[in-house]
Design a binder for this molecule. Structure first.
Ligand code: ADP
Length: 257
């Protein structure tokens, strides 16, 4: 196994760092990170959310904070942007998206560590980090530089997503970061007219994956217009529709963490 850095600096004020990862882009990692962070808060925890998806920072849009910029009292540290009670920071608040896209590995890793360490986080029980997709340098650098409590892997039930999810679990194993569990997103779609459940991307894959790696399937999230619409409107379902069954699914998920 790879060694974790000898000098891992704990991040001030933060009890637990949970990284939300996926092997592939577009599987719903950010969707999951946002709703999970809000569900953890709903349980009574103090929660922060760091959008480290430098190749597509979508959390500001999902939280309706896309036009905000963190204030800096000393030109080095940043005040987090508060959204629905979450302390947040995002590469998306700091740079134009087009600029972030062309960053190469080392620069991207440096930017991530800097934003993590230069944000003046309040006392937090959990900092949820929405990671960039993939299993490359950025993930390894983060894993070796800061103490991560555990990773949550997001996948769809589709084979090509599951293969990449495996790579993610293997990588975190190598750097001794425990996999807290797997969340299967877009598990099925419920027909709005007849209530029929359709497994658009296949079924059973994430459960098998969890079994194979001796970890748990934390939950299954359906593919649904409501979840997408609420995020596009900057008001995640867990906040805008707490009584919706989807909010219940996320709350149960948070219970298992
Ligand atoms: P990633 O972070 O993995 O790239 P996102 O969370 O940004 O993926 O999701 C990609 C797109 O799919 C977004 O527009 C999001 O609103 C939508 N989406 C994700 N999960 C669901 C879901 N369960 N139901 C409906 N739409 C979803």
């Amino acid at each position: 196994t790879l060694k974790r850095a000898n000098e891992q600096h704990a991040v001030k004020n933060i009890k637990n760092i949970i990284v939300v990862s996926s092997g592939k882009g577009g599987v719903g990692k950010s969707t999951t990170a946002v709703n999970l962070a809000l569900a953890l808060q709903h349980e009574g925890a103090k929660v922060g959310l760091l959008d480290a998806d430098i190749y597509g920072p979508s959390i500001p849009t999902m939280l309706g904070t896309q036009n905000q910029h963190p204030m800096s009292p000393d030109n080095q540290h940043m005040m987090p942007i508060m959204a629905f009670g979450l302390a947040t920071n995002s590469i998306g608040y700091l740079v134009e998206q087009d600029n972030a896209m062309v960053w190469r590995g080392p620069m991207a890793s440096k930017a991530l560590l800097q934003i993590l360490q230069d944000t003046m986080w309040p006392e937090l029980d959990y900092l949820v980090i929405d990671m960039p997709p993939g299993t490359g340098d950025i993930q390894l650098t983060l894993a070796q530089s800061i103490p991560v409590t555990g990773s949550v892997i997001v996948t769809t039930p589709q084979d090509i997503a599951l293969i990449d999810a495996k790579k993610g679990i293997t990588m975190f194993n190598k750097v001794n970061i425990p996999t807290i569990g797997i969340i299967e997103n877009m598990s099925y779609h419920i027909c709005e007219n007849c209530g029929h459940h359709e497994a658009i991307f296949g079924e059973g894959g994430a459960a098998q994956l969890a079994k194979h790696y001796h970890t748990q399937l934390l939950g299954q999230i359906p593919l649904d217009r409501v979840l997408r619409q609420d995020l596009d409107n900057g008001r995640p379902t867990v906040i805008s529709q707490p009584d919706n069954p989807f909010s219940q699914i996320y709350n149960e998920l948070a219970d298992r963490i």
